[in-house]
Design a protein around this ligand. Structure first.
Ligand SMILES: O=C(O)CCC(=O)C(=O)O
Ligand SMILES: [Fe+2]
Length: 319
């Protein structure tokens, strides 16, 4: 662990707690705001999702990945620029990159599945892995509760008078007209020969409000305030939480959406090791009109879905 990304103890407001007392809430608000306004990332410990449940999601997704290619293709996501859409993406199908590259980088060395309820016409759950839907939806719902708690703290930290009113911007999570999705990722062992500039996950910022990341093996790296990459080495039992572009803009840049990537390991031994992660991307409702929360006019009011489309269009490629 680099020590750069702070660890915040969330036990006072963990999943099994109904309420949080004012003093604990105050401490959490201070610690999280300190991190989110500088580093943009924290490790959240004791949030209340047992490690066994995280491992179960990894295992269920492995089971899907081990299905024949023809089975997986049935659940393939349409090829387009809609980053949030439900479905599976084969190895090297997607590339996350920043604006400003001369030419597209090669596709990421990852195989992922976006779970984006409610499913719309033509979308199905993989029936070859019957536990896929219940396990993923249970996990999605737990992440939802944690994300709402984080947003409650952030709203307080930003000094918003009407915290409940702010949370009303997240009422359609999982119900449509909202981009929130759970993404399971599997990075297989890296072959001896790869393309130039090919990585496990290209450098990017997330598009959403906040992201929760669960990871097994090292590889995730985060840009520090000097512009250098530092490792976000997995700490068992923690969730990596980061701010996304939407909340950065909405907060008039008070909260930081920080660039990150998953590099290809250097040692032969590490290359042989697969890496698995789960990312929960928490979005506000698509129809929300984002006005700078500090009352400034740093950015003109904009619909969340328009901003998302703009970001996706500029930095996301899937082919
Ligand atoms: O695999 C990871 O640890 C992070 C992946 C990521 O940053 C993303 O999918 O946005
Ligand atoms: Fe990311």
């Amino acid at each position: 662990m680099s020590g750069y990304i702070p660890v915040v103890d969330f036990s006072a407001y963990s999943l099994d707690k109904k309420n949080v007392n004012d003093a604990d809430l105050e401490t959490l608000t201070e610690e999280l705001m300190q991190a989110f306004t500088t580093v943009g990332f924290v490790y959240l410990k004791n949030a209340g999702i047992p490690t066994a449940e995280v491992n179960n999601v990894f295992d269920v997704y492995d089971k899907f990945c081990f299905q024949p290619e023809a089975v997986k293709e049935k659940y393939s996501r349409p090829v387009d620029k809609t980053a949030e859409r439900h479905g599976w993406m084969a190895l090297e199908r997607e590339m996350l990159s920043l604006v400003g590259r001369d030419q597209p980088a090669p596709g990421d060395l990852k195989e992922c599945f976006n779970i984006h309820p409610p499913l719309t016409e033509g979308q199905t759950w993989p029936k070859e892995v019957p536990e896929f839907e219940p396990v993923m939806m249970d996990f999605y719902n737990k992440c939802h509760v944690i994300a709402i708690r984080l947003l409650t703290i952030i709203a307080r930290g930003l000094g918003l008078e009407d915290v409940d009113g702010f949370l009303g911007n997240f009422q359609y999570v999982g119900k449509g007209r909202n981009g929130t999705n759970l993404r399971t990722l599997r990075y297989p062992p890296v072959p001896d020969v790869i393309k130039q500039d090919q990585v496990r996950c290209g450098e990017h910022t997330d598009f959403d409000c906040v992201t929760l990341v669960f990871q097994d093996n090292p590889g995730l790296e985060v840009v520090n305030t000097d512009g250098e990459y530092v490792p976000a080495t997995p700490i068992p039992g923690t969730i990596v939480v980061n701010i996304g572009d939407t909340l950065q803009r909405w907060s008039a840049d008070k909260l930081k959406s920080t660039r990150h990537r998953v590099r290809v390991p250097e040692s032969q031994e590490e290359k042989q090791r697969m890496r698995r992660s789960i990312a929960y991307f928490f979005h506000c409702d698509s129809d929300v009109e984002m006005r700078c929360l500090d009352g400034s006019d740093k950015y003109k009011p904009m619909l969340a879905r328009e901003y998302l489309n703009q970001q996706v269009g500029a930095t996301y490629l899937s082919g």
